[in-house]
Design a protein around this ligand. Sequence first.
Ligand SMILES: [Cu+2]
Length: 135
Amino acid sequence: MRKAGLLIFFLILAVSVFAEDAGRKVFKAVIDERGVQKADIIGGEYFFDPNYIIVKANVPVELTIKKTTGYVPHNIIIKGLDTLTEINANIDKEPKVLKFTPRKIGKYPFYCDKKLLFFKSHQERGMEGIIEVIE
Ligand SMILES: [Cu+2]
């Protein structure tokens, strides 16, 4: 009985890992004439679109983020992109530009940390993504 439980646990784990990858919408930031990498993100219930953004290291980034219609408050939090910055911004219907220069190659999760009472957090409901910094 114990083995069966373990097997089910690993099956669920495998399925959830697969599902996470399958749900990614990938966008590679576009470098404009100023040499700035740009990407637009929309946040809403309960997603970021795109939710996998690829940027180059040591090139300034401007992420323009805005909210879909609706009254649920959202934010975006990104940690560790460079040594000083932790991005933590509310998302509004008015587009907001988040500026940073990624220094280290790697994958950096971003998410909305809003949560209503005992409900699942927005992050748990799928309001999360990854910024991948490449060379
Ligand atoms: Cu949210």
